[in-house]
Design a protein around this ligand. Structure first.
Ligand code: SAH
Length: 223
């Protein structure tokens, strides 16, 4: 088991975490529950020790395999958008587990989270870490999120943390009627647009545009 020095580092980094959450608040995030959860989660445990000293900066950082842990402000913003219509979400899907930081934030706010990751070592690491941290309502799956996670569908909400050029149809189909999805959409190497998709009936959905963001590309699994 990986040694989790939550007490030791946690004690000294609470102040830095509070400072990070203050920055997020100043950038416009208002949801108190989201801010509270982010004040508690030790982000340094979700990245390589070599980068731990930078873990409470409001920036995305590399986690290996060409992937990144998302910028804390974006994690907060996307979570807030997801919870806006329905503060107590029962079932949520995340596509792109990565470091599992976003999954931990959601794990503290929703009843059940399925999260899928297509890179095996990231999947395995996330699974162990979330287990060691005591998250029993988060299930990590090794899968290509292009197809969502059919076994768990339908979902109240879906969050996608990598950017596809177009919204994958399967994800819309796995939303409950009235359910919402937050997803960055756009061409790789460019800035993408954060979109909020609401499924309003069996065959229709609405799309609302939010700020521009920069995410790693959404990739299909290698066969
Ligand atoms: N939520 C993560 C963000 C990680 S970066 C965090 O908090 O750290 C995005 C992740 O999405 C990467 O780990 C990448 O491997 C994964 N990803 C990209 N395309 C995917 C796909 N089609 N299915 C599942 N995961 C995917």
């Amino acid at each position: 088991m990986r040694e989790l020095d939550i007490k030791g580092i946690g004690m000294t980094s609470q102040r830095t975490r509070n400072r990070l959450v203050k920055t997020i608040e100043q950038l416009g995030v208002k949801d108190k529950k989201v801010l509270r959860v982010m004040r508690l989660i030790p982000r340094h445990l979700f990245m390589d020790e070599a980068l731990a000293s930078r873990s409470y900066e409001n920036t995305a950082l590399p986690i290996g395999h060409g992937q990144t842990i998302s910028q804390p402000y974006i994690v907060a913003r996307m979570t807030e958008l997801l919870l806006e219509a329905q503060p107590c979400l029962e079932k949520v899907l995340e596509v792109g587990t990565g470091s599992a930081y976003q999954a931990a934030v959601l794990g503290g706010l929703v009843r059940h989270l399925d999260t899928v990751e297509r890179i095996f070592p990231l999947y395995a690491q996330a699974r162990t870490l979330l287990y060691d941290l005591g998250y029993r309502n988060v299930q990590v799956h090794y899968a290509d999120g292009t197809w969502g996670w059919a076994k768990g569908a339908p979902y109240d909400a879906i969050i996608v943390t990598a950017a596809p050029a177009n919204i994958p149809t399967a994800l819309i189909e796995q939303l409950k009627i009235g359910g919402r999805m937050v997803i960055p959409v756009g061409q790789p190497q460019r800035t993408q647009r954060l979109q909020l998709v609401t499924r309003i009936s069996e065959h229709s959905h609405t799309i609302k545009n939010y700020e521009s963001v920069v995410f790693v590309p959404f990739l299909k699994s290698k066969q």
